[in-house]
Design a protein around this ligand. Structure first.
Ligand code: KIV
Length: 267
């Protein structure tokens, strides 16, 4: 069967048809190629790139240039995938025109399909402007890693009635502003399910329960590349770190013991 090329309209249709949407982070061409071949429907060049691939302690230091560099690689690895570029901290919060120009670089230079922005009511006018400009937007509410300094760390959001009501109002505002989807990160499952029922745009959850229209995972968690702990919201589907460690150790051993290269590997 020929693979369908997905657009923003596809995701709305999937929600209407009760078809779950699968999103995963991708940071480079081979990772994008493999995830797309497995049937992942949205590749997110998350700003988690800062921690998973670039060795920063959190997402805050990531620059626009670094993010664009990886978004372009993801596109080269998966030419037909729906790719979302995650705008880094301070690349969209300062000035509306600068934000539109920066968002546009994902479309023009990295050939992404959309951008993702973390934030609440303060970025609704920007979302509206981006969509009117022709740049599809995925919003991101709940736990927002770009806000860890003001939040005092990585905290579950929406635990009180007031917070849950605010989250619902924000998602509705993003829907009205034209966002095509919204990420709900680390909010109680019942709150996420209620939001999902009340809007027509798809909700993509991470730590937000099974009631969302789709799920997103950080590929390093899913593949077992992050060995310090498995976050509660993640499921490790393999232990790639162990596989890689064994492969590298065997290689070291072979070279030291002069078992590699053999005649077969020589010219
Ligand atoms: O940067 C990221 O990986 C994300 C996901 C956790 C949604 O924003």
């Amino acid at each position: 069967m020929e693979k369908r090329k997905l657009t923003v309209a596809s995701f709305r249709k999937m929600k209407a048809n009760n078809e779950k949407i699968v999103m995963v982070t991708a940071y480079d061409a081979p990772g994008a190629d493999i995830a797309a071949a497995a049937g992942v429907e949205i590749l997110l060049v998350g700003d988690s790139l800062a921690m998973t691939a670039l060795g920063y302690e959190n997402t805050l230091p990531l620059t626009l240039e670094e993010s664009l560099h990886h978004a372009a690689a993801v596109r080269r690895g998966a030419p037909d995938a729906f790719v979302v570029g995650d705008m880094p901290f301070l690349s969209y919060q300062l000035d509306m025109n600068e934000a539109v120009r920066n968002a546009g670089r994902y479309i023009k230079e990295a050939n992404s399909n959309a951008v993702k922005l973390e934030g609440g009511s303060e970025i609704v006018p920007l979302v509206e402007k981006l969509v009117k400009t022709g740049i599809p937007v995925m919003a991101h509410v709940g736990l927002m890693p770009q806000h860890i300094q003001t939040a005092g760390g990585y905290r579950i959001a929406g635990k009180t009635e007031d917070e849950a009501a605010r989250l619902l109002a924000e998602v509705k505002a993003f829907e009205n502003a034209g966002a095509f989807a919204v990420v709900l990160e680390c909010i109680p499952a019942a709150v996420a399910e209620n939001i999902t029922r009340q809007v027509n745009i798809p909700t993509i959850g991470i730590g937000a329960g099974a009631g969302c229209d789709g799920q997103v995972q950080v590929c390093n968690d899913l593949l077992g590349l992050f060995d310090r702990f498995v976050p509660k919201h993640a499921k490790r589907y393999c232990n790639l770190r162990e596989v890689m460690l064994k492969a590298y150790s065997d290689y070291v051993d072979d070279v030291k013991k002069q078992k590699f290269p053999t005649q077969d590997n020589s010219f």
